[in-house]
Design a protein around this ligand. Structure first.
Ligand SMILES: Nc1ncnc2c1ncn2[C@@H]1O[C@H](COP(=O)(O)OP(=O)(O)OP(=O)(O)O)[C@@H](O)[C@H]1O
Ligand SMILES: [Mg+2]
Length: 322
């Protein structure tokens, strides 16, 4: 397919240009999915950048983004297509009025009377990126329907026939694993588990997504969140929460992590009262101290990465401002 990145490095660079920091494993899977024309199935914790990949790919390829947000009870008329009964009825009335009723049965099941919903929209028209978001929320019968779309990029409408994609869409499916998606879907896709990023990647994400936050505060925020994720909490913060928290602290003019500001902003990071109560106070203070320490130890390395080797050592001294 034209416009596709040539190799894994080019894929990673394309994602980075769109503000997405992928590790090598993810860039490789994305590259293969594009190259082989196979759907990409992404599972992972909430807020780890699954949906964002589709958005960035659409922006960078560039292609039209067609999004199907799945939910319990979603049916074909919401996901794929729906006959426009009002227009069909009007066609019947017109045929009756003109005495032309002989072939009406076949002509009212014409493509003209079919309303395209996201799946059909992605097959017809401009080349697209089709995001089937949170498939685990849809019912299992919907998965069975999806098999034809994923395997052959086509939809069979019983009354009309088979509608096949002119240009197969780039398909991204995501799941938060509230239930297991069927094996038949998995087999048709390339699979990747999107994990929480390591500290370096999370710092790189903050540099792209929250560039106004100082390097020092970003490093401390990341060190804090990375430690927090090793704790026993009901719902751990995702990357989205890290970005929000760094922005929140910066909006409060924080230059460094301080226990007061941390305690006051825990609701940006954690979304359950039990988790917040557990972290607030002593535990938060302990993590703040550790995070500041860890960020300070990492600073010479980070500075070297930002500025290149020659002046890295000069930037390793104690600082009081970002
Ligand atoms: N690797 C990344 N590079 C850049 N930004 C990222 C990355 N991962 C996450 N983000 C940021 O985190 C935000 C949340 O990501 P996203 O909505 O894609 O998460 P998700 O995995 O789809 O979460 P959910 O399962 O809750 O839908 C994005 O808007 C983006 O700003
Ligand atoms: Mg999502």
């Amino acid at each position: 397919m034209s416009g596709m990145p040539a190799d894994v490095a080019a894929t990673a660079a394309m994602l980075a240009a769109g503000g997405y920091v992928a590790d090598t494993a993810l860039a490789t899977t994305v590259h293969l999915a594009l190259r082989m024309g196979r759907p990409l199935f992404l599972e992972g914790e909430p807020g780890t950048g699954k949906t964002e990949i589709a958005k960035v790919l659409a922006a960078q390829l560039p292609r039209h983004l067609v999004r199907l947000q799945c939910y319990d009870g979603m049916d074909l008329s919401a996901a794929a297509y729906e006959w426009n009964h009002a227009r069909q009825l009007m066609a019947i009335r017109l045929a009756e009025a003109s005495g032309n009723v002989a072939d009406i049965e076949s002509s009212i099941y014409d493509r003209r009377y079919l309303e395209a919903r996201p799946l059909l929209q992605a097959l017809e028209g401009e080349p697209s990126v089709l995001l089937i978001d949170e498939l685990d929320r849809a019912d299992e019968p919907f998965e069975a329907f999806l098999l034809e779309v994923l395997a052959d990029f086509q939809i069979t409408v019983p009354e009309l026939g088979t509608l096949k994609a002119v240009t197969p869409p780039v398909v991204i499916i995501t799941s938060n694993r509230t239930r297991e998606v069927h094996d038949a879907i998995r087999r048709r896709c390339l699979y990747h588990w999107v994990d929480y990023p390591d500290a370096n990647r999370e710092k790189a994400i903050l540099a792209l997504r929250a560039p106004q936050v100082s390097a020092q505060l970003s490093a401390q925020v990341v060190a804090f969140v990375q430690r927090l994720r090793t704790g026993d909490y009901f719902k751990l913060p995702g990357v989205a929460e890290t970005i929000d928290w760094a922005n929140a602290l910066a909006a409060l003019d924080a230059r460094e992590l301080e226990t007061g500001a941390v305690d006051a902003t825990l609701g940006v990071l954690l979304k359950y009262q039990d988790d917040i109560a557990k972290l607030r106070g002593e535990e938060a203070a302990r993590l703040v101290a550790e995070a500041r320490d860890a960020a300070q130890r990492a600073e010479p390395r980070d500075a070297a990465q930002r500025a290149g080797p020659p002046d890295a050592a000069q930037r390793a001294g104690p600082r009081d401002a970002a």
